[in-house]
Structure formats: structure tokens, C-alpha cells
Design a protein around this ligand. Sequence first.
Ligand SMILES: Cc1cc2nc3c(=O)[nH]c(=O)nc-3n(C[C@H](O)[C@H](O)[C@H](O)COP(=O)(O)OP(=O)(O)OC[C@H]3O[C@@H](n4cnc5c(N)ncnc54)[C@H](O)[C@@H]3O)c2cc1C
Length: 472
Amino acid sequence: MFRPDYSLRRAPAAAEDARRERRLEQIRGLKLNVVSEADSGWDRARRAWNLAADQRPRHVAFPETADDVVKLVTFAGGDGLRVAPQGTGHGAGALGSVDDAVLMRPTRMRDVAIDAGRRRARVGAGVTWSEVQAAAAEHGLAGLAGTSPEIGVVGYTLGGGLGWLARRYGLACNSVLAIDVVTANGVLLHVDREHEPDLFWALRGGGGSFGIVTALEFALYPVRELYAGALFWPQERAAEILATWQAWTSGVPDSVTSVGRLLNLPALLEIPESLRGRSFVLIEAACLATTDEGIELLRPLRELGPEIDTFTMLAPTSLGALHMDPVEPVPVSIDGWLLADLPTGAIDALVGAAGAGSGSPLLSVELRHLGGALLDAAPEYGALASLDARFATAAIGMVPSADRAAAVERHSAVVRAALAPWEADRNYPNFAERSSSVSDFHSPATCERLGRVKARYDPRDLIRSTHPIPTA
Ligand SMILES: Cc1cc2nc3c(=O)[nH]c(=O)nc-3n(C[C@H](O)[C@H](O)[C@H](O)COP(=O)(O)OP(=O)(O)OC[C@H]3O[C@@H](n4cnc5c(N)ncnc54)[C@H](O)[C@@H]3O)c2cc1C
């Protein structure tokens, strides 16, 4: 087995440039679809879904097969470069600099295979959730997608995966059955509970620090339809609505996953006139229920007289529109964290910081109800076995300019400070753009084990990931 030496050797600048050029020629010779700064299409190639991330990697590669990824890792490592895998770039805000790396974009690795009999899917590294849900729905099945249909299945799942079925079926990472992964020494492994169990454990919720995933296999669940939608009220009623919702969440079964949110809609022509430029408090929910059961479940919320009510029976393929996440690339900032509790005092603090009259520049501040299956840390689960908190929060703002970015960042900090008394001990990786330490997300024992796995599979830190794991 070829094991390249990744150590950087000093060479005079001109010689180093010439060597790099030769290397690049070699990579091009391997037909890895490499784009570099001098090439046309460079800006498009380096662009992440989150336009706020101005990524300037050394090269961008678009592999088509797992074998291409093996070659890429081998050549990048041999050239003293790192490799930063990126599916869509929804998580680019948390990635940081990639200027010493080849950005690996698996957008051509798009295979989706559904095994309806065994209720499982196998997808390539570039597949998004909308593609999985469409293929699974043909068999009355669904995967554990998040709110946005355009998120990459791999990045989302490695960081946990909190979606509309979370309280019933848990985090997506704990429904993973097998992973194809290229490790830093250029070896393609098929890992599962029996094969390389430590690596399999680390990848499920420990993030993308340990290797480059080329394919993922995971369980699907029998879901043909759900009772789902949103209720809107004017934001002036936020304290009353969120308090009623909070009380409601403590009585609902695990089949109900819901979100309470403050939403400030911009005055854009694409938005219907009745909603344009207005501020609302919303309750969104997906209920694994019939229409009659759903109506009964929602009764206490409907009694508050919502201005808009979109609840109806939906196929899982339609759930992607429920949260109204932007589909096309946008410049966005997300700061998320977990709450141990949400008493009335916390709701009042949130509404004071981000509700009507607060001057908040945020597009949305949301509270996702956790609990249910998210609390069950089964022994066979991965590094993020459970979310030990009652609610997940995220403060989201559009950041088309530096001024706007500063205002959004300042106000996110105001919201976070207002909720600080109720913040949980740990954070949730997928919602965290600002957390930097692995101990923000995991217990000391899990951090230690993740560090050992990193040391074993990527001792020279070739792989550049969000929320990187330091070697133990
Ligand atoms: C609009 C929006 C809505 C969201 N909604 C949810 C939600 O409902 N639930 C939730 O849990 N999260 C949600 N998130 C967060 C999202 O799950 C994370 O940003 C996630 O990392 C996105 O994965 P991606 O592959 O699309 O992004 P990318 O930026 O492409 O990937 C993120 C990271 O994953 C790792 N990675 C990606 N591909 C690979 C690979 N092939 N091999 C190894 N590592 C890899 C890398 O470290 C990479 O930096 C949302 C984010 C946005 C912007």
C-alpha cells in the first residue's frame, strides 16, 4: 500500500512553484476535474452555498468516483496540501480558511439507490436530501432530512442531523448503517459496526475530520404522509403564543416535532403581498398522524386564532418547503445553541431581545423542540448519541454586506446573552458556526475517544473539516 510522506519540505520559491506546476499537471493527467485560480470557472468552482464564505482554496477538484478521491488525497498529501471535502457549502460559515487545501466537491457523485425491502438507501457524497426523499417516496419511505431540501446528506449526517422526524427516529447520524470513506493515507474503507468500528463510531456525529466520505448507507422509515404545516400570528403576540406552545410541547407524543419561531420577512417581491415585510410568530410542526389526529393535536394552538394556517396532509417530499429555507445560494449567518429549559422567563427574555420593537436585524430566531428519541443514547450509536437538551435555538440573518454582517453578529450575541441562563452544557455541531472547540459538543470521554480516532486515521491532519478534531 502506498503511504505518501505528507511532511512539508522547504524549497526555494521558484523551485517550489515549478514543482507545484508539475504536480498540478499530474493531477490534471489523472482527470480529477481540477479547477485552479487561472482557469475560467474558478469563482463558480470555489463558491459555497453560503455566499458569506469567500473561499480561496489552492484548487477545487470535482471527483466522479471513490477511486478519484483516493488519487486526489494521495496527490494533495504528496504536495503538502490538505483536502477539504464540501458537499454543498451550507456549512461553509463554520469551515474557516481553506487556503492550504484542495476543496473537494463531490457534486458529480450523485448515485441514489433505494433498497425498499430492507428500507435502506445508499447515496453518493454529492447527494442532497431532496434527491433521497424523492427516490424514497416512490416506496412510501423517507429519510431523516432536515428543514432544507438542498442540504448535503453527508455533511448534515456527519454533524448529527436534526430534522422533522427527529423526536420519533432520532438524529440522522444514528440511522447510518455503513460508510465508504477514503482515509488520509489514501485507502478506501467500507466501515460499519463490524469493520473499523471506531472510525464508524467517530463519523456518526463527530464530523468530517476523519476521512473523506464517498458514500453513505442509512435506514429509511415508512412515512407516506404527515399532518404538517405552520400557524402564523402577528409578532406582537409572541410571548403569549410561544408560552402556550412551550406548554403544549410537554404533552405531545414523540410523533410530533415542532418549531416555534420569530420571523421577520423582508420586503421582497417574491414574497406574497400579504406577508411581505411583516413580522410573525410561527409554530411549525410535522405530525406522524392522520388528519383527525392532527386536528385534535393542534386544537390548543388553533384556539389562539392564527392569522394563517397551512396545516394539511403532506408527502415527506413536501416537508422541504415547510420551514421556508432559501434554496438558492445566499449570504447567511447562523448561530445556534441548545437550551436546557424554556420557562416563561426565557421566552420573555427571547421576545425582549428579538421580538416586536427590539430592532432585531435577524431574519429568524427559532426554537426547535427536542426530546423523544433524541434523548435515547443506545450503546450502538455514534459519537453524537443523543441531544441532552429540551430545545435547540438558532439565530439566522442575511449578511449581504460587512455592515449587515456586523449588525447580525451583534444581535445574535444579544439574543444568546438573553438566553444564557438557560443554555445547556453542550452545543449542537450542525447549528454552530462560531463554536471552535470539540468540547463544546461532546463529553470529555467522547472528545478523548474522537482524538484517538483522529490520531489513528489522520495523524498529520490532512483533512480540513468544520469543527476539526485535534489529535489526542
Ligand atoms: C438553510 C440551512 C438550514 C439548515 N437546516 C438544518 C436542519 O434542519 N438540521 C440540521 O441538523 N442542520 C441544519 N443545517 C446545518 C447543516 O446541516 C450543516 O451546515 C451541514 O454541515 C451541511 O452539510 P452540507 O454537506 O450541505 O454542507 P457542507 O458545507 O458542504 O459540509 C459541511 C461539512 O461537512 C463535512 N463534509 C461534507 N461532505 C463531506 C464528505 N464527503 N466527507 C467528509 N466530510 C464531509 C465537512 O467537514 C464540511 O465542511 C442547516 C443549514 C442551513 C444553511
